[in-house]
Design a protein around this ligand. Structure first.
Ligand SMILES: [Zn+2]
Length: 232
């Protein structure tokens, strides 16, 4: 069996695409590490054509290199160079938002741009509910949270941008690869900013207040003083 006839399922460290990458070379280390010899595998991503190097142990120590025909089953992977990007989810988002946002990130990294845009929009919708939005169209939920002072004007505009791009991805004619990528890049950036504002910053400042202002809660806007008055 030639090397390129063997494949290994990877998430490419360059482009993030999950694919069954042809093996271009496989080598065994000369010296043992933890009582076994590491295997090094060089694969070529089917999506971007870039090389990825992986290290692994054989699942059966007695197998020879020529026995390795089904790499996904016969190797226990250790490391990969370059490492694939992890989904980048803002901190402190509620669990239901995190699940959908992670799906959006995974779709984006796999270059499934319209699916990514839809999931970013869905994560926005879940975030609106977390902040008290009741049923109705997303457009109205955003405006209502703005009217209630929960979303300042700038954040309302970002929310609408996420909604509009997500709607286009879900309902309009498919875009060209280039345009879909541009839209997905925009909605991804907007979603990250939005979630950071809505969840990460309040959680972060709360921690800071607890750590830095234990005896000065009167300095926190809106906090009550020890005498019960609202601080100015
Ligand atoms: Zn790739």
């Amino acid at each position: 069996m030639t090397d390129s006839a063997r494949t290994l399922t990877i998430v490419c460290g360059h482009c993030g695409t999950l694919n069954s990458a042809p093996c271009m070379g496989i080598f065994e280390a000369q010296v043992k590490f933890r009582n076994a010899k590491l295997i090094y595998i060089f694969v070529e991503c089917l999506s971007c054509g870039c090389g990825n190097m992986l290290s692994a142990f054989k699942s059966n120590y007695n197998m020879r290199l020529s026995d390795l025909t089904y790499l996904d089953n016969q190797l226990n992977l250790c490391s990969q160079w370059p490492k694939p990007h992890e989904p980048d989810v803002p901190e402190d988002v509620p669990d239901n938002v995190r699940v959908v946002y992670t799906e959006a990130e995974q779709a984006y990294m796999a270059h499934i741009y319209s699916a990514a845009a839809e999931r970013y929009r869905k994560s926005l919708q879940l975030a609106m509910k977390e902040k008290g939005a009741t049923k109705g169209y997303l457009i109205n939920q955003i405006d209502k949270l703005h009217d209630e002072g929960i979303l300042p004007s700038g954040m309302k505009d970002i929310a609408h941008a996420i909604r509009i791009i997500g709607n286009k991805a879900a309902h309009d004619e498919p875009l060209s690869e280039e345009d879909a990528k541009k839209e997905a890049k925009d909605i991804r950036e907007f979603a990250a900013l939005f979630m950071t504002y809505l969840f990460t910053l309040p959680a972060r400042i709360k921690i800071w207040q607890q750590e830095a202002l234990p005896a000065q809660d009167a300095l926190v806007p809106g906090a009550t003083t020890h005498s019960g008055d609202t601080a100015k």
